[in-house]
Design a protein around this ligand. Structure first.
Ligand code: SAM
Ligand code: SF4
Length: 323
């Protein structure tokens, strides 16, 4: 069964934030230590799985586990294994800062994880620390090599910032030696990132194209998202660009987000969502749960409003929403 919103977009992908906590402090996401949500406010794994089952019955097929940093929550690999076992699940992937990934690779592989995105905004330890607040590039790099070695489909996510301009080519070079996708993502003005300005994917593209002049666009589908991918005869992997601001792709949006506090969010830029935690904790049956999911999906906004900042109503930082 296909699940469509009121604008006819097929919605088959749910991003699930399993925690608001994180061991890094990226300046565009969670620059300072925050009050954490109390444990009882965070969805239990059983509750997440119940929501996923309802979502699958409606037509969701693909899941991404995210956060905060998903690997700071105990049992993430076990959740992935259980999600993978649900009839109707096609694909489960993970987005992580990579700092705790190395020690989890075997359990994630065993769980059946279909792919991992490792966030890396710099290669130079000083720039990495300036952006993330931690000296952990090395851990993420070791995990990257280990993921590739073990055969996990691996992507690198780099947010485009003026602070990491000098790092773009170094990061892109991972695709020279490794079969990985290196994706450059425009900074989205959500939460504290609303006060920052980021370079565009067009600027990054020009720099990458100068380095690999035979870069050509590839039509291959690489995942669930809106990245546009490029290849070159000198690259083992690909370079992807996600121009959330400059190349709006909302007309093809296929996703919804479940926050760690149990709210279903149909669009990143608006605070609106449906409180599924309250619903299930107040004893709702499966039909009521499905109806709530359907309602949120059907009323998914037509587009984000990142270019009209005064219209953005989402004030929470990305780690609380689930990026
Ligand atoms: N902690 C994990 C990580 O860093 O990969 C998962 C959660 S993080 C919120 C998910 C992704 O969102 C990361 O790749 C991060 O760089 C990206 N991100 C966070 N805030 C962003 C923003 N304002 N604009 C664009 N991407 C952002
Ligand atoms: Fe943590 Fe990821 Fe946010 Fe960085 S982007 S602070 S690693 S949740």
């Amino acid at each position: 069964m296909k699940l469509k919103d009121n604008l006819g977009r097929e919605i088959d992908y749910m991003r699930i934030s399993i925690t608001d906590r994180c061991n890094l402090h990226c300046r565009y996401c969670m620059p300072e230590v925050q009050d954490r949500l109390p444990h009882e406010e965070i969805l239990r794994y059983e509750e997440i799985l119940r929501i996923c089952k309802a979502a699958i019955r409606l037509g969701i097929r693909k899941f991404k586990i995210t956060g905060g940093e998903p690997l700071v929550r105990k049992g993430a690999a076990d959740l992935i294994a259980r999600l993978k076992m649900l009839p109707g699940t096609d694909c489960v992937t993970l987005t992580t800062n990579g700092t705790r990934l190395y020690e989890e690779i075997d359990s994630l592989k065993q769980a059946g994880l279909d792919g991992v995105n490792i966030s890396m905004d710099a290669v130079s330890p000083e720039v990495y620390e300036k952006i993330t607040g931690g000296d952990h590039f090395h851990e993420a790099e070791i995990a990257l090599y280990a993921c590739v070695k073990t055969g996990l489909k691996t992507k690198i996510n780099t947010v485009l910032l003026k602070e990491n301009r000098e790092e773009w080519l170094k990061l892109a070079s991972f695709a020279e030696t490794l079969p990985v996708d290196v994706r450059f993502i425009e900074l989205m003005p959500v939460g504290c990132a609303g006060k920052l300005e980021g370079p565009s994917v067009d600027e990054a593209y020009r720099i990458i194209k100068d380095r690999w002049p035979d870069l050509y666009q590839s039509d291959e589908k690489h995942g669930n998202g809106p990245a546009v991918y490029f290849k070159s005869s000198s690259l083992s992997g690909s370079i992807g660009f996600i121009g959330a601001n400059s190349h709006r792709f909302c007309s093809q949006c296929n996703r919804i987000r479940l926050t760690s506090a149990g709210e279903l969010k149909p669009c990143l830029s608006y605070e609106t969502g449906v409180d599924l935690k309250r619903l299930i904790r107040s004893g709702a049956d499966d039909v009521q749960l499905e109806n709530a999911l359907k309602e949120a999906i059907q009323n998914k906004p037509a587009a984000h409003c990142f270019s009209e900042k005064e219209e953005i109503t989402e004030r929470r930082p990305m780690n609380q929403i689930g990026g």
